[in-house]
Design a protein around this ligand. Sequence first.
Ligand code: TNX
Length: 757
Amino acid sequence: MNRWPFRSAVLLLLALVSPLACAAPSEPALIPLPAQMQRDEGRFVVSDATPVVAEGEAARQAAKYFVEHANTTQKLALRVSAGPAKRAIVFAIDPKASTNSEGYALQVRADGATVKASDPRGLFYGAVTLWQLLESDGGAVQAPAVRIDDAPRFAWRGLMLDTARHFRSVDEVKRLLDALALHKLNTFHWHLTDDQGWRIEIKKYPKLTGIGGCRFPAGDGGVDPNTGEPRPYCGFYTQDQIRDVVRYAAERHITIVPEIDVPGHAQAAIAAYPELGVLGTRPPVSNEWGVNTYLFNVEESTFRFLEDVLDEVSDLFPGTYIHLGGDEAVKDQWVSSARVQERMRELGVKNEAQMQSYMIARLEKHLEIKRKRLIGWDEILEGGLPPQATVMSWRGTEGGIAAAQQNHDVVMSPVSHLYLDYLQTTSANEPPGRPATISLQKLYDYEPVPAALDAAQKKHILGVQANVWTEHMRSFARVQHAIFPRVAALAEIAWSPAKAKNFDDFRSRLPAQLLRYDALGIAYAKTPFEAEIAADADGGRDAKVSLSNPLGYPIRYTTDGRAPTASSPLYERPFEVPLPSRVRAAAFADGRMLAPASERALDAAALRTRTDEELTMCSNSLMLRLEDDGPADGERVIFNVDIFNPCWRWDGADLDGIAAVRVRAGRIPYFFQLAHDEPHRKFQPARSAHGELVIRAGCDGETLASLPLPAQPEKDGFLTLDAKLPGASGRRDLCFYFTGDTRPTMWAIDRVTLVPR
Ligand code: TNX
């Protein structure tokens, strides 16, 4: 009798039951890790009949939050009651429970659970922890017996969302706030104004949203496919919606820090009210990424405008901080304006950096009247800064160090580690974004308190924040991909004691967090959990296959076309397969597949093709992963391209028996304002009307082919060119680039195929 089908069925069943049971980790999979935890003997079984006891409003709120989430993820129908009860879950405010208002004490015993805190905030975080403790094997839900004494490491645990570049609905913002709370984050920095859109209703200046709330996207994305008419991209929050979001955040103990960016990133405001600008003319709301040159002017009337705006903003947001931006304000317009220079003389201001300082200081004074504190990006340090101002350090840690040394409070948010618009893996399944990868581990290993600071200066580090800039995130799915699971690592940086941090341990707790994401409907990034299949043709009959997972989870694979399971062979080292073959592979943890299996058909033809992701960039000047501009809605092709040097390499291409190289390229808009970086963009001189595709043996080597480009791509937006390589042989480093200044569009390679003789 053939026993294998039976065995597979059993394994399948095992794989289907909740992996939390299979995992049975000795330590509960809590994220972020609590400050102190002790595991005791036994477990508390929770059922629909388990009473949840809460006395007083604060306790009731925390209990309700716990019950809701226990219902969502564990299908428990718990009810909150006031009376004492046996074998209960108890939430209580207790002044002695914790000295930190965000701290709590939690105990689970075989006969019940208690969460106590001195403040509603702490009680709320205790509720989150208790929810995370719930485990189920498909049958009973239980929590391990444990004693936890917890409090956060940092007071500022933040995430910034840019809703200017791409707008997100109120519902999406709320879903995000919910998820932040479950990571014990307490600050939501809401980027509401930028060159590409003004997103907050200001009653006194309705054109800010009426005009500044819409832009016409570059290329096909800004054209209605049915009518051919321009199609605007619009969105803003009414003041009622803002109040609603503020209330929703407060219920989750999240403070919102609104950002109104001055004096740069102001093009949308100036498009609405040109009199606020330096040139006096009306620019369009920008549809280009990068650094735009439009600045607010420095007239008294503009200060009145900004103060009016800040008055309305202050009334909407009850939190202490208002963010005034200050980033990337290239001063060209101020330098070349006679009127701004005259104003600078009037004000006794020596240079443009001091002019920005004057502006920030004056607005800071105004915020003081409204009992608000000013925070801004680290550029606000240049030219001097009022002592009360807080600095958000993004350009590295230097700004943060300098600020703390000058006794300013600091929030660390370095582009190198905490920018979530940077992609997290090199997978071809990554969405558009910035491919200088910030992996989960890189983010996790970030330490926010610079060693360069002395003890007193270290106290100025309020905390950390990750930033989600959304130039490349058209959808909420992409925003979630950028945030999850990296926000789990951020949570641990922000909350857990520095000495408790351990990436391997974090990684072992992560699969349980993914199950929570699944249950909550959070569209986390799958790319860190994929198996990557790399193959190298060995002479033509066989290929050498290597498998990897960005996080190092074990990989199982098949070569017989079947889907990999928890019992498929475990990958240990590179192996050979005959051609053709089909390799399928997936990463596993606790017997569960972490992401859909990857698949690769290996045959001689497939191995002669490289996609843009598989090619190497000739330099790393400004690498982007960009999407096509069409179709207006739906899926678009994505290209890896260095916009400063659009040049790709195939190192060691095997040219034996090869007659030609076929290059498929797409044409995408060139929609970047690079200000002072613009001259670094190198356009190789063109020889023909529309430039050419040049292929060389090594980027400085002999030219193998130079093919003139047409004026237009084919109907589908692509172009296929065949370059004959007579007499090609051996291994060569092929280098591909396009010549000519092709703005406002540019060519980008989609794939390269070696065509045999
Ligand atoms: C720099 S970070 C910016 C943003 C961009 C971001 C893209 C900062 C204060 N300014 O305007 O969106 O780079 O990574």
